[in-house]
Design a protein around this ligand. Sequence first.
Ligand code: AMP
Length: 231
Amino acid sequence: MRCVFLGPPGVGKGTQAELMAGRYGITKISTGDMFRDAITTKSEIGLRAKAFMDAGHLVPDSVVIGLVEERLSRGDLGQGFVLDGFPRTVPQAEALEEILARKGQSLDAVVLFQAPEEEIIRRISGRLYCPICQKLYHKTSSPPPTGPDGEPQCACGGKLVQRKDDRPETVRERLKVYWKETAPLADYYRAKGLLITVDATGSVEKVAQQLRDQLFLGRAHDHSQVERGDR
Ligand code: AMP
């Protein structure tokens, strides 16, 4: 299975990508996580990406595309991959198609996660992030374990923080960028018969079930039915 998860920041793509990776042996590739790692290790890419990320803007296409191309060239993708947060622009989508075509591959499905904006803002404002293992929690819907000091703590033992770009003013900018740059990808992939839409407002498990039904009951390969979620 080779798929792309699309949707606004905070809609739950990352959580669903992680669940799917754990359950089905598919590799999750998150460009956001890759950039955060690169910032932590102070690599050149991290240094280039940081200012864009902190401002809620997109990292330039050339930087992201190079990073994804290198990642997809590694032979450790298991049963396939789920791209979380890439592509985010039409040129990135075109580049992905070319990268895969060079390997004789193509995408099986593109999943668009949808939720009302107030729900997205509510989710992001309760989000807690582990800078060590990158895991995301939510204060109420996916609460983290409690550490020995009685404070919330990651399962890996890491101290949880709010991501800098999850602050309200940056979230507003990220949503603006999403609607301008990334939302048009829904039409792009719809025209290719690849788009599946998933209502992301329910619980993590409910959304996972909807996703599983649509992706694994053969519908993702049957392009006449991939938009079942729209009906
Ligand atoms: P995410 O964790 O997917 O929300 O990504 C966090 C930030 O990383 C984004 O707000 C962008 O600044 C940057 N980023 C991640 N993926 C991409 C991408 N495909 N294109 C451009 N910037 C990206």
